[in-house]
Design a protein around this ligand. Structure first.
Ligand SMILES: NC(=O)c1ccc[n+]([C@@H]2O[C@H](COP(=O)([O-])OP(=O)(O)OC[C@H]3O[C@@H](n4cnc5c(N)ncnc54)[C@H](OP(=O)(O)O)[C@@H]3O)[C@@H](O)[C@H]2O)c1
Length: 317
């Protein structure tokens, strides 16, 4: 089996690197300066105790495919459609992303879709380099067929990931885990806008409470933080890496890279969408979605908004 990782950034780069180290055939798909760096110098993987240069094959677009290929999609949610567009639709796709919309969007085009709930602290700010902070395992995944179930391929991928340095669990109800993760990710916009300053916890809790109320009303099951902690145990601790500090998660990194877009429409925006469908007001997540989108569009750096200002905007809403 060959793993074609589309979007070899923080998450995709780490998954590809670990599978490659585990002896699997891997192709990293990237673009621009990152692709150039991968092509000429390999992937530099930095972990809490090692730095390795890995000569993983890389491409900047579709390649001739084989029947044993698995597409691992690890772009931000807003890039899903464009990233998958050129790939043959008979191949299985694993959505290694946050949010809960990617699987459904993908299934409109691809028949075999797998959801993967990703708990993997990583950073990708510099072309050719990915830092992975999880220790002793680089990350934890729940993986299952979308919309539910576990088939032979899901089981095989879980086995390969387990042998490659991850905690991987086959889950017949993978979307329940992804909705639980979605509730945690409602804080991503706050961290990106205000950085990790005092006062953001209160906003996180307000965003989460609103999200929980919406999922309850919609009758959508979700995992709890306690379940996540119990699955993870002490198997994926976050350790510091000298000289490579991780200022924040994936949305923070979008602002830090001035990428011009952010995932908020698929995180806070998912709660806003459900709230509108079920007639529940979602002012906290609406403001977070709007302000995160604006910050990305205007290419503001992370932390440009004082937490007091964000709180005032939410209170006014
Ligand atoms: N970072 C974390 O710690 C973390 C943890 C858990 C879950 N997640 C989730 O994992 C997913 C990926 O996040 P990430 O942080 O790994 O993002 P990332 O570092 O930005 O990596 C995504 C990569 O996809 C590339 N890409 C986008 N469109 C593409 C296309 N059409 N063809 C080829 N490459 C393309 C991007 O290239 P450009 O840079 O050129 O746009 C980028 O290198 C998100 O859903 C995120 O929420 C992240």
């Amino acid at each position: 089996m060959r793993y074609i990782v589309i979007g070899a950034g923080a998450v995709g780069g780490t998954i590809g690197a670990r599978l490659f180290q585990g002896g699997h055939e891997v192709l990293l798909v990237a673009r621009g300066a990152h692709h150039e760096a991968l092509k000429t110098g390999g992937l530099r993987l930095i972990t809490p105790h090692t730095t390795e240069i890995l000569p993983i094959p890389a491409a900047n677009g579709p390649v001739p495919t084989r029947d044993d290929d698995v597409l691992v999609l690890a772009t931000k949610s807003q890039d899903t459609i464009a990233a998958l567009e050129p790939w043959p639709r008979h191949l299985p796709v694993v959505c290694a992303q946050n949010g809960v919309d990617n699987e459904r969007t993908t299934m409109r085009r691809f028949e075999r879709v797998y959801g993967m709930c990703v708990w993997l602290p990583a950073l990708h700010l510099e072309p050719g380099t990915v830092a992975a902070y999880g220790h002793p395992h680089s990350g934890m995944f729940h993986l299952g067929r979308y919309p539910q179930g576990v088939d032979d391929l899901a089981q095989q991928i879980v086995t390969d990931l387990t042998k490659s340095g991850f905690v991987a669990l086959a889950s017949p109800d993978v979307m329940r885990w992804k909705y639980g993760k979605l509730l945690s990710n409602l804080g991503n916009a706050i961290e990106a806008l205000c950085e990790r300053t005092q006062g953001i916890e209160t906003l996180r809790e307000r965003a989460r409470a609103e999200g929980t109320a919406v999922l309850e009303e919609a009758g959508i099951p979700y995992s709890t933080p306690q379940e996540e902690r119990e699955s993870r145990g002490r198997r994926v601790d976050i350790l510091p890496i000298d000289g490579v500090s991780r200022g924040g998660g994936s949305s923070w990194q979008s602002l830090a890279k001035s990428s011009g877009s952010i995932e908020a429409d698929y995180l806070n925006g998912e709660i806003v969408l459900l709230g509108r469908e079920y007639g529940i007001p979602t002012p906290v997540n609406e403001v977070l979605q709007r302000e995160a989108d604006r910050a990305a569009r205007e290419k503001l750096p992370p932390g440009a908004m004082p937490v007091e200002r964000l709180t005032a905007l939410i209170d006014a809403a």
